[in-house]
Design a protein around this ligand. Structure first.
Ligand code: SAM
Length: 226
């Protein structure tokens, strides 16, 4: 059974190299205990986000889709003093659980949670400084709009990560559901926009078969947005 082997390998890699600490494990536990769905990123992916933020020197991070704050915490931990993370969450209950989790992890001082549909709250951010890193992980149907917003709120050198782009392989189905449609449209933007250089990777593990896309915002004078 390959899926059982994927899980064993994930446990092995977690124990040898990812090594999520007690604070990270506590967020997963309390998110589950609060009745929120177990749809946060894996520890390995959370740590990848943290490392990407550090490698890119991110000081301002924008996340779309907070849930209980698990990916938020990995990203917030990467911030230098004075750094800020804004995270958008539709469900007030999820935001409340995330706030408690981030407070317990000592990270709430650098996190702003914006409650509401992200497409309603993102326009408020145009007057702020650009963001250095984006993590898009909310309602997949709006992924193309979120990539557009990331472009608008970015600077050359910003990094954009889009989660769940493989969806058990269903991403190849042109007639797929609305999440597949949103994902395919977002991948088309990442692959064709003149200001973006992107890639996408398949992943396997405890949560099955999925993947994420990663793009760099290029310096292209005169080309803004789409
Ligand atoms: N990034 C989180 C993590 O890895 O720990 C997981 C996020 S979960 C996959 C997706 C979240 O997006 C849910 O909490 C859901 O309520 C939220 N969401 C759904 N539609 C949204 C919208 N229109 N605007 C903002 N958040 C939304």
């Amino acid at each position: 059974d390959p899926a059982a082997q994927w899980e064993l390998v994930e446990e092995y890699l977690d124990s040898r190299v990812v090594q999520p600490d007690a604070a990270a494990k506590a967020i997963v536990a309390s998110t589950g205990a609060a009745g929120l769905p177990p749809i946060e990123v894996s520890a390995a992916q959370g740590k990848l986000l943290m490392l990407l933020a550090r490698i890119s020197g991110a000081r301002r991070i924008l996340e779309i889709g907070t849930l209980g704050g698990f990916s938020t915490a990995w990203l917030a931990r990467a911030l230098p003093d004075g750094g800020e993370l804004v995270t958008c969450e539709y469900e007030p209950r999820h935001a409340e659980v995330a706030r408690a989790n981030l407070a317990a992890a000592g990270l709430l001082d650098r996190v702003t949670i914006r409650i509401g549909a992200a497409l309603d709250t993102l326009p408020d951010l145009v007057d702020e400084d650009p963001f250095d890193l984006f993590f898009i992980d909310a309602d997949k149907v709006n992924n193309p709009a979120y990539v557009d917003w990331a472009l608008r709120l970015s600077r050359p050198g910003s990094v954009i990560v889009v989660d769940n782009v493989v969806r058990g392989g269903s991403v190849v189905d042109p007639e797929g559901d609305e999440a597949v449609q949103g994902t395919r449209a977002a991948l088309d933007i990442l692959g064709s926009h003149p200001r973006l250089e992107g890639t996408a990777l398949q992943t396997v593990g405890r949560k099955g078969w999925d993947g994420f896309a990663l793009a760099l915002v290029l310096d292209l004078p005169g080309v803004q947005g789409r």
